[in-house]
Every structure is written in structure tokens, then in C-alpha cells.
Design a binder for this molecule. Structure first.
Ligand SMILES: *Cc1c(COP(=O)(O)O)cnc(C)c1O
Length: 810
């Protein structure tokens, strides 16, 4: 690693500015300085990137490829500086030259190529792979528009396109000479080869070029640079079809060009909900076909071996079912292009592909209409059909006990292709993302498959990179930690456990308190700048930041706030610790109820924040456009972390981990990774409430819950619902009626009313605990101390040894 002094770093900035822009520092804009810093980092990265590739090839080591429709990388300037070991020098050099480093780094537009947790997980995994020296790379799509930018106007979410490539993206390299051709539509021609075997030819296809853009993934101070390869759909280099009298087909060609470029046009903004559009299927095949062709090409180049040895050198992890077409695509190439028999192609494929499940929500389980697949990808459809035939035959003859269940197990049923079933049948590993989630898969949602293939199912509890989410996002706390226990925790996050010996040390706790308080002041300033709201930095910062979804139950949170407001109106002198409730959440543009909840939060905020009668005891803040960069600003200041999903619905959650790692105490249900957070920190250091997963699943199965009964018996609840129904928070009466009816006519599908009372009581306990400052700080430190388990380094270590059988390249 380059060891630059601050003076040397300054010199580089000055001379680069001179050569690149012919400018003096004094005349440079923040953006120009940003690009100068990025190019200093890129110069440092480039030779290590080349040598890493060379090393992997020479050692011909096994490599993992993480296929994902989403990579929510956020901003890279700080994490690249950090991992290159230059962040401190850069900060200091910029300050000495008269710049605020935060303003310079803020010039980078977040790469928002993901919706939420699933995409962020992919980004954290890449960071950990490189930092642990594992040969592992990402394949994704270079959407020209990322997840929409959210504005709140009169309380409503408004979506603006996120054209993140407006300024040149500093970290990508276009590799036109490594383009790959993708085929859609057309027909399949069958004929007999000389050896008697049948050969399939996919003909008359529509062709699309996939151009790779490579982004370096920098390991932490270890000179390892892996690659995130994002594919862009273009018509470059394609032969023009048919008669082309110049000009005649101009408009036709423009349409054609446009429809090709659409494929990498924008990211689908639906989170936890299947979006059934042909364009989405085109995108999935685009990712899968370009990546698999690329992997095979590299294998052939680097290993003078038959592709039957592919499983020794390659493992492909598919992130949710979105890239499941990797299975038939690999089969297609092995059979049609490499002349493998079905059986030998199947043997290779099912040793290479591993699948991660992210949800049990039925509306999120992907299916595609058979006819759509057949039309768009005729050869792929034939292969899926054959996989299904063979699988169902096997069930019929070898598992007579399952004969009746074949319709529930078949990959093609009711004219639909069931992607999760295809993923399980065609892979060697199926993992859930937290213990309780994996248990539900095994015992309930995928029980039949578990009984068939018990050895395939395993758990890999999610994690987050502590380098971004603690070291980089919270320099004050990480500084205090290093000052107290030394820097080893940065390489080995489990060593955070050493903090326990300070968890009752009064002088440490006081410093710890100061750090949190300073972070809260910084966030209070940001809130004031962005919203005009003045918040009390001595109040409890109670944070719920995540995608807006019914199952995540932002509604339960806002009902609690309305309840507190009602109490304060009745008794303005109520003795309570002031609270600041902070929200960040995007709703899918087509998700009406989710948008209603955003509006409700904002309407309640505007009433509560302006009501002098409650003496500032309550503030409600909705920060617009929640994304990675905003998360990095909020999380260090959180006191309370709201993780209140309906039990059984949140597969893991990772926001919960980010906040505990920064010393927030969790109020949460026994859902997802909350269960393991509780086991790690102990019952007394977390606030658990509400229905358990098996109770929720039982209600789903056998009924027995009646929301109206609660409405009729609990005055606090009927008051809130009536306030909604009567338009007390809206400007007119019909506003928020949909929320009212969803709860009373749809019988409260996410058990908001059922969990309301235990939630209130638990919040009272939170407040009581906060009153005892030392006790709170003790719990807070205990959370940080146990957060090492939730580093994605631990997760990746588990994937590498248990699924991928991957060796570190030391
Ligand atoms: C971590 C993260 C998420 C996931 O949050 P959950 O609380 O686990 O749903 C979503 N969006 C962003 C920007 C994140 O950083």
C-alpha cells in the first residue's frame, strides 16, 4: 500500500489540478476537487487491480460470482480512500487546502442500483470478499436510472428519475472489447447430428449487445482489488438487418435502438413484490446470459480443461430468484454449444449454482407466464420444461408419498413457471438469511422441498460491513473504540467484545455519551437545514429507516406517535422525556397504501411539530430520499432502533445490525435477525414485544384474530382510527380512509392493532430505561460489543467455508 504523507497528498492534488484542469487550488470547484481525489485513488487502485487478476489466473484458483439484479453500493469515494489507507491523509490535505472534506465527498452521486436490503447486502458482501482476500466478484446491470429520487411535496411522495450518470462516474471502466451478444425471440431448429444426437439451434433471434463496465472493489488495506462487472445493453456492433436503403429505416432503427437500450434503462422500484413485466424478464436474462457466457469464456481461457471441471473452479451464488435463469442458461451452453449430454450438463450445473432465498412473502415469490417465457426465450423455455418433466417423473416414481403434492412442487404449474422451485431443484445449496427465516423455510414454506433435499438447506445470517457502517460512518465512535481497545477490531470485528470491560467504566461511558451526543447534534443540524424543523438534541432519537411496506409496520410506529400526541394534548404537563421520531422510507410508486402511510407520517409531523401546547416534547421528522448516504448520517445518531415487522415477515433485516453496531437499542419483534441480536446481547439489552412468528403463522392458517374486537374494546385505538376516518390529520375527510378500511375491513393483515398495546408498554419501558443514564449507556455499549457477529466478514466466512469451498488468496 502506498504510504502518502499529508504533504504528499496535498502535492498530488495541486499538481493534478494543474495538469488536468490547468487550475490553481483557489479557483477550483468542489466538483473538480472531487474528480482529482478520485483520480488519485484510481491511480493507486489500477496496478493492484491488474496484479490481483493476474494472481487469480496464475494460481487458477476457484472463484465465486455473485449474480444480483441489485447492487446498492452508495458512494465509493470515502470507502475507497479508507480501504486504500488514504482517508486520513485526504481529509487532512483537503482541510489544509481550505476545503471541507464532507462537501468534496458529497459531490459523488450515490450509485442507487438497488431497492433496499437485498441490494445493500450484495454491496456489503463484495466489500467483505475483497477485504478477506477471497476471489469473488459481482455481476449486475448498469441501469442508466437507479432507484427514483424521492421528494416530499405537501406530504406526498413524488418520484423523480435518478439519472446518476449525469456527471461522469469516476469508478467505472468501459470494456467494449469484452462485449457479449444476447439472443431473444426467434425459433428453435432441431436436427440430427452425424453422431446421431439431436442438436438444437436457436435461430432468427433479436440480438442485443451486453457491454461490460467494471468497477474496482477495494479490499481493506490488503492490495486486493476484485471486480463488480455491470452490463449495459446497446446496439453497437450489431449488423443491421434487412434492406437498408439509407434513411428509409431511420425511425424504425431509432425505435429498435431505444427498445434495446431499455433493457438496462431503469431499475424496477418494487421491493418485496414481484413485478411481472416482460421487460423485467428481459433484464433478468440479460444479466444471466452475459454473466454465464463471460464465466465460461474465462474458464476456457484460464484452464486447459473440459468444462466438466467447471465446479472445481467456479461457484455462482444467485441473489434471490431474479437470476435463476442461470440454471437453464448454463444447461443451454453446455448442451448446445459444448455438446454435453443432458445428464452431464445437469451434473455440472447443479454443482455450480447456489441459491439464496430472501423472502417467504407469497406475493414476492416470482412466477412467469409460460407463454411469455416461451415467446421471449424459446430455447430456455424448452430446457425448463425438460427440467420440470424429469423432476416430476422422479417424484411420481420415486416418491409415491408426494404424488398428490406434485402440483405444489412442479416447476411449471397453472401455466406459470415458479422460479423458487426451479432454483431449489437446479442448485446444490439453498440458504435463508437468518436462523428463524431458514427454520420457517424448512418447516413451513418449503417443507416439501426440504424433505426431498434436506442436505441442500442451510442458514447464512446476513451481515453488514463494519468498515462502512462503523469505521467510516461514525469516526467519533470508532476513534473512541480504537483508543480504548486498540485497532484489532477493524480486521477482526469480533474483538469489539473487548468493549465489555468498559461497559461499567464511568469515564469511558461519559466519553461514549459525548460521542453519541455530538452525533445527535450533527444530525439535528442536518434536520434543520433540510426540513426547517428544530429538534432537541437531548431528546431520544427514535429511528425507523427502511423501505415502506405494510409488513415493516411504519403504521404501528405512527399510531404510537398519535397516541403520545393525544396524551400530551390531554395533559400537556405529562412527565416524559422529549422524543424525536425520525423516519426515512421510499414507497414503490404503485404501492398506494404505502404512499398513504408516508403522507400520514408527514401530516402528523406538520401538526405535532407546530403545536406549541405540547412544549416541544414530541417532534416527528421525515427525511426525504432515504438512501445509503443518508443512512450513514442518521445511524450514528440513533438512540432507539425500530425493528417492528410482523413476526415471520422480515427475512433478516440489516438496518437492525447497522444501528446496534452504532450503539442504538433495538425495540423489535422476534423476527429475522432480531432474534439473533437478542441472543447475542441478552434479553436485558434489547426491547422485545409482540406476537411471535408461530402465533402469526397460526392466525394465518387457522384464523382466530378479529381486529374489530380490539377496535371495540381499546379506547386508545378507536380514538386513533376515528381520527383518521374523520379526517383529523387530512385536509379533507376522505384522506386516510383507506388505512382505516384496510385495518377494519381487511382484518388488519399485519396485526398492527394486536401488537399495539405491548408496543406501547415496551416504549414506556424504553423511556424508564433511558432515565437511568448509566444503565442505558451500559446497554448501548453492550450492543456495540456484540455487534461483531453481524459483520458481513462473518457471513462471507461462512459462505466461503460451508457453501463455496473457497480459499483465501494470501
Ligand atoms: C441497510 C439498508 C436497507 C435495509 O434496511 P432494513 O431495515 O433491513 O429493511 C435499506 N436501504 C438502505 C439505503 C440501507 O442502507
Amino acid at each position: 500500500m502506498l504510504e502518502l504523507t499529508v504533504d504528499e497528498f496535498k502535492e498530488r492534488i495541486i499538481s493534478k489540478l494543474q495538469t488536468n484542469k490547468s487550475k490553481e487550488v483557489a479557483g477550483a470547484t468542489n466538483k473538480e476537487i472531487y474528480y482529482v481525489i478520485a483520480s488519485i485513488v484510481n491511480e493507486e487502485i489500477l496496478p493492484h487491480w491488474q496484479s490481483t487478476k493476474k494472481r487469480y489466473n496464475e494460481k487458477s484458483c476457484k472463484q465465486v460470482y455473485y449474480l444480483s439484479m441489485e447492487f446498492l453500493v452508495g458512494s465509493l469515494i470515502e470507502s475507497n480512500l479508507l480501504n486504500c489507507g488514504m482517508l486520513e491523509q485526504s481529509n487532512e490535505a483537503l482541510k489544509q487546502l481550505g476545503f471541507d472534506p464532507d462537501n468534496i465527498y458529497a459531490q459523488e452521486h450515490d450509485a442507487g442500483l438497488g431497492n433496499g436490503g437485498l441490494g445493500r447486502l450484495a454491496a456489503c458482501f463484495l466489500d467483505s470478499l475483497a477485504s478477506l482476500k477471497y476471489p469473488g466478484h459481482g455481476f449486475g446491470i448498469r441501469y442508466r436510472y437507479g432507484l427514483f429520487e424521492q421528494r416530499i411535496i405537501h406530504g406526498n411522495q413524488v418520484e423523480l428519475p435518478d439519472y446518476w450518470l449525469k456527471d461522469q462516474y469516476a469508478w467505472e471502466t468501459r470494456k467494449e472489447d469484452e462485449a457479449i451478444c444476447i439472443h431473444y425471440h426467434g425459433n428453435v431448429h432441431m436436427f440430427q447430428r452425424n453422431d446421431g444426437n439431436i442438436e438444437f439451434k436457436h435461430e432468427n433471434t433479436d440480438k442485443v449487445m451486453a457491454i461490460p463496465y467494471d468497477i474496482p472493489i477495494v479490499g481493506y488495506k490488503n492490495e486486493v482489488i476484485n471486480t463488480l462487472r455491470l452490463w449495459s445493453a446497446e446496439s453497437v456492433g450489431l449488423d443491421r438487418d434487412g434492406s437498408s436503403e439509407e434513411g428509409m429505416h431511420y425511425y424504425h432503427d431509432l425505435d429498435h435502438k431505444h427498445s434495446i437500450e431499455q433493457i438496462s434503462g431503469y431499475l424496477y422500484p418494487d421491493d418485496s413484490k414481484y413485478e411481472g413485466k416482460e421487460l423485467r424478464l428481459k433484464q433478468q436474462y440479460f444479466l444471466v446470459s452475459s454473466s454465464i457466457q463471460n464465466i465460461i469464456k474465462d474458464f476456457k481461457k484460464n484452464h486447459q480443461k473440459s468444462l466438466k471441471y467447471l465446479p472445481e473452479k467456479v461457484v455462482i451464488q444467485v441473489n434471490d430468484t431474479h437470476p435463476t435463469l442461470a440454471i437453464p442458461e448454463l444447461m443451454r451452453i453446455l448442451m448446445d454449444e459444448e455438446h454435453f449430454s443432458w445428464d452431464s450438463a445437469w451434473e455440472v450445473t447443479t454443482k455450480v449454482i447456489a441459491y439464496t432465498n430472501h423472502t417467504t412473502l407469497s406475493e414476492a415469490l416470482e412466477t412467469w407466464p409460460k407463454g411469455m417465457m416461451e415467446h421471449l426465450l424459446p430455447r430456455i423455455y424448452m430446457i425448463i420444461d425438460e427440467i420440470n418433466e424429469r423432476f416430476c417423473k422422479g417424484l411420481w416414481f420415486d416418491h409415491q408419498e408426494l404424488r398428490e403434492k406434485i402440483p405444489e412442487l412442479a416447476i411449471i404449474a397453472d401455466e406459470q413457471i415458479h422460479m423458487a422451485r426451479l432454483a431449489i431443484v437446479g442448485s446444490f445449496s439453498v440458504n435463508g438469511v437468518a436462523q428463524i427465516h431458514t427454520d420457517i423455510l424448512k418447516e413451513k414454506e418449503m417443507k416439501n422441498f426440504y424433505d426431498l433435499f434436506p442436505e441442500r438447506f442451510n442458514n447464512k445470517t446476513n451481515g453488514i460491513t463494519h468498515r462502512r457502517w462503523l469505521l467510516q460512518a461514525n469516526p467519533k465512535l470508532s476513534g473512541l473504540i480504537t483508543e480504548s481497545i486498540g485497532p484489532q477490531w477493524i480486521q477482526r470485528p469480533k474483538q469489539l467484545i473487548s468493549l465489555l470491560k468498559y461497559s461499567k467504566d464511568a469515564s469511558f461511558l461519559e466519553k461514549f455519551y459525548q460521542v453519541k451526543h455530538e452525533n445527535k447534534q450533527i444530525l439535528a443540524n442536518l434536520i434543520h437545514e433540510r426540513t426547517g424543523i428544530l429538534v432537541d438534541d437531548q431528546s431520544i432519537f427514535d429511528v425507523q429507516i427502511k423501505r415502506l411496506h405494510e409488513y415493516k409496520r411504519q403504521l404501528l410506529n405512527i399510531f404510537h406517535i398519535i397516541y403520545l400526541y393525544n396524551e400530551l394534548k390531554e395533559n400537556p404537563n405529562l412527565d416524559m422525556i422529549p422524543r424525536t421520531f425520525i423516519f426515512g422510507a421510499k414507497a414503490a410508486p404503485s404501492y398506494h397504501l404505502a404512499k398513504e402511510v408516508i403522507k400520514l407520517i408527514n401530516k402528523v409531523a406538520s401538526i405535532v411539530n407546530h403545536d406549541a401546547a405540547i412544549q416541544g416534547k414530541l417532534k416527528v421528522v421525515f427525511l426525504e430520499n432515504y438512501n445509503v448516504s443518508l443512512a450513514e448520517k442518521i445511524i450514528p445518531a440513533a438512540d432507539v432502533s425500530e425493528q417492528i415487522s410482523t413476526a415471520s415477515k422480515e427475512a433478516s433485516g440489516t438496518g437492525n445490525m447497522k444501528m446496534m453496531m452504532n450503539g442504538a437499542l433495538t425495540i423489535g419483534t422476534l423476527d429475522g435477525a432480531n432474534v439473533e441480536i437478542k441472543e447475542a446481547v441478552g434479553n436485558e439489552n434489547i426491547f422485545i414485544f409482540g406476537l411471535k412468528a408461530d402465533e402469526v403463522l397460526n392466525f394465518h392458517q387457522h384464523g382466530g384474530y378479529n381486529a374489530t374486537d380490539i377496535y371495540n374494546t381499546d379506547d386508545r385505538i378507536s380514538r386513533i382510527l376515528d381520527q383518521l376516518n374523520q379526517g383529523e390529520f387530512g385536509s379533507h375527510e376522505i384522506e386516510f380512509k383507506d388505512i382505516y378500511y384496510n385495518i377494519l375491513s381487511q382484518n388488519d393483515p399485519y396485526f398492527v392493532l394486536k401488537d399495539f398495546e405491548p408496543y406501547l408498554e415496551t416504549h414506556e419501558l424504553v423511556e424508564q430505561t433511558y432515565r437511568d443514564k448509566l444503565s442505558w449507556l451500559h446497554k448501548s455499549v453492550t450492543n456495540v460489543a456484540h455487534s461483531g457477529k453481524f459483520s458481513s466478514d462473518r457471513t462471507i466466512q461462512d459462505y466461503a467455508t460451508e457453501i463455496w469451498k473457497l480459499k483465501k488468496q494470501v
